[in-house]
Design a protein around this ligand. Structure first.
Ligand SMILES: [Zn+2]
Length: 211
């Protein structure tokens, strides 16, 4: 199965390559308004990939403020995951929008216990995990003031390490534009699929993974 991974498109339209499943790991918009989300889903839901999965990001505010309206823009061709899972061709995929507090945006929780509770909801038999936020220390580096810092979630990292000893094969996320890329750790493939770079220009390419 070919999994096409994108994230952080921020109102920009791209032409993702062919594949069986198209995953968008959040930040489809800039402000998360009805207008932006409607336009996004008009585009995303019409893409030719047989299965399309969407998880909200901190910019997709309407999904937290008024989820019923936000979800009304999604057609049957796309599966929205919010602390829920779906099985595609026998593969369990789970999606979640949460992240450590990041200015005053959507789906933010303080670091520590509150986030750990969200990650505990991830089922033990998950094979593909989609979160908006990266796990701490994996494709989550931000460059500022001449140094680097890691912005990912420590609690997510702990949960992912546990899940790696079970069935987890692939973890797709975005959020930290400068962390774009692929890496492998403890037997899991990690993809930071941010399409936008640090200047919010859609320069980074979709990442395709074969499972
Ligand atoms: Zn973003």
């Amino acid at each position: 199965m070919l999994i096409v991974c994108i994230s952080d498109t921020h109102n920009q339209r791209i032409d993702p390559p062919e594949g069986d499943i198209l995953i968008h790991a959040g930040d489809a918009t800039n402000e998360g308004t009805s207008e932006e989300l409607k336009e996004f889903f008009d585009w995303f839901c019409s893409l030719p990939h047989k299965t399309k999965i969407f998880v909200a990001g901190n910019h997709d505010v309407l999904f937290e403020k008024d989820p019923e309206t936000a979800k009304s823009f999604i057609s049957d061709s796309t599966i929205y995951l919010q602390d829920t899972s779906v099985k595609i061709n026998g593969i369990k995929i789970y999606g979640s929008p949460w992240q450590p507090v990041f200015f005053d945006w959507a789906f933010c929780l303080p670091r520590g216990k509150k986030l750990a509770e969200k990650w505990e909801l991830i089922p033990d038999d998950v094979e593909i995990l989609v979160t908006h936020c990266p796990p701490y220390g994996i494709l989550d580096e931000v460059y500022k003031n001449g140094g680097t810092s890691h912005e990912g979630c420590e609690e997510l990292r702990k949960r992912v390490e546990v899940l790696s000893r079970k069935r987890l094969k692939l973890h797709v996320f975005g959020h930290i534009h400068s962390g774009y890329g692929i890496t492998k750790a403890f037997g899991v493939e990690f993809v930071n699929a941010c399409i936008c770079d640090e200047e919010n220009i859609a320069k980074q390419k979709p990442i395709v993974i074969e499972i």
